[in-house]
Design a protein around this ligand. Structure first.
Ligand SMILES: Cc1cc2nc3c(=O)[nH]c(=O)nc-3n(C[C@H](O)[C@H](O)[C@H](O)COP(=O)(O)O)c2cc1C
Length: 373
């Protein structure tokens, strides 16, 4: 691997990424007037601020259908590989992921789309594999939502075939349980003779084991963050990887509200997760999980919890507070965080200007000047 060719292998021991900006409302189920609309002009502006400011990666959500309500939460979404291609064309350093549903994308098309994005970005495309779980999305595709373990058997075949297309200069057959591909050729190969950083987003042990065998990163959630507990989990994953001769980075996700004062940050967090939450969309999310007012005595409490659960680990406060919390995540051995903001354009400058220098001083990130040289 050429050092520095991929931002995911740069000298920042803790990587920062923007999560969910291809979807309307991002990850915050909110009705605020300033909520993220995910229009192209805003996405493009966000990528430029992030790239110039030293953010490491941009990670979209694979989402095909919104959740209704007055905002139709995540109802307007850019397809992620084409979105990544556009952003890569406009940036210089930042890695941009595609979040690709293995069961929805024909592997030959996906392999070539991703190579195209990788060449546009001079090797800065990365892949986040998702196996999917959302029934109505599968219905739109006319695709089968397989049994849980079969989803990963399919994904295993899908990524193995893609890696072969990225590697093999000769025509080959790939014949397995689900995929039957004959005389496959695929040129060009990914940019620069190696292949994109691959991550798998999952919470289950089966998903983790799939990541261990096939990916460079495991993207998962740590709720109620407890450094000691998380450290044990992360160490265990890394050891399991080493036992099969591989290295594994663990990434997590969260939401940042950073303001000059703690009170401002806490008040805003409270506002968009309570009075400004889109509760009709929340009802849809709960219904998808089979939770309804009829079958759930504590429905009102479940409803209130969703805006918080959906954004993952909350990181709320002043630049010092945010830096301290990220320091604890880093201390657990986690390689980076993909975080969302309510508005990725208006909220990002405070982070690049105030948070990043603090993380540098804490030794979690290389000095900006050194990164540029
Ligand atoms: C951190 C994280 C991010 C995810 N991102 C997406 C996504 O963007 N789109 C999607 O359809 N599913 C997403 N998923 C869902 C997974 O792809 C998977 O379907 C789900 O976690 C169930 O599989 P599991 O039981 O192995 O975790 C995500 C899961 C996690 C843990």
């Amino acid at each position: 691997m050429t050092p520095g060719r991929y931002q995911m292998y740069n000298n920042n021991s803790f990587k920062l990424g923007l999560f969910g900006a291809n979807c309307s409302s991002g990850r915050a189920i909110n009705t605020t007037p300033e909520r993220w609309l995910a229009d192209w002009a805003s996405c493009s502006k966000m990528a430029k601020i992030a790239d110039d400011g030293g953010i490491d990666f941009i990670l979209p959500i694979g989402r095909w259908k919104g959740y209704g309500g007055p905002t139709n939460f995540q109802g307007s979404t850019f397809e992620t590989v084409t979105w990544a291609s556009g952003l890569l064309a406009q940036t210089k350093n930042i890695t941009v992921f595609g979040t690709v549903h293995a069961p929805m994308f024909n592997p030959l098309v996906a392999a070539k789309q991703m190579v195209t994005a990788d060449h546009i970005g001079d090797g800065r495309f990365a892949l986040n594999i998702v196996v999917g779980w959302n029934g109505p999305e599968f219905d739109m595709f006319g695709a089968e939502l397989r049994q849980h373990s079969d989803r990963y058997i399919y994904a295993e075949e899908w990524i193995s075939a893609i890696k072969e297309m990225w590697r093999n200069p000769e025509a080959f057959d790939y014949d397995n349980k689900f995929l039957h591909m004959h005389n496959v050729v695929s040129e060009p190969k990914p940019f620069g003779g190696s292949h994109p950083f691959i991550m798998n987003a999952a919470a289950s042990d089966v998903g983790r084991d799939f990541a261990l065998r096939h990916c460079h990163g495991f993207f998962t959630s740590f709720r109620e963050f407890d450094v000691q507990r998380a450290k044990g989990i992360v160490d265990g994953i890394k050891e399991q990887a080493r036992n099969i001769g591989r290295e594994m980075d663990v990434y997590t996700q969260g939401h940042i509200v950073c303001r000059p004062t703690r009170k401002e940050a806490e008040d805003y967090f409270h506002y968009f997760t309570t009075e400004a939450a889109d509760f009709e969309a929340i009802d849809t999310i709960l219904a998808l999980k089979g939770v309804t007012p009829e079958n759930t005595p504590d429905y009102a409490a479940r409803r209130k919890a969703i805006p918080l659960m959906n954004i993952g680990y909350p990181i709320i406060g002043t630049p010092d507070d945010v830096a301290e919390k990220l320091g604890r995540i880093h201390g657990a051995g986690i390689s980076g965080i993909a975080f969302s903001l309510v508005n990725f354009v208006t909220e990002l400058p405070l982070l690049t200007q105030e948070l990043l220098p603090r993380l540098e001083r804490m030794g979690m990130r290389a000095p900006q000047a050194a990164m540029a040289s």
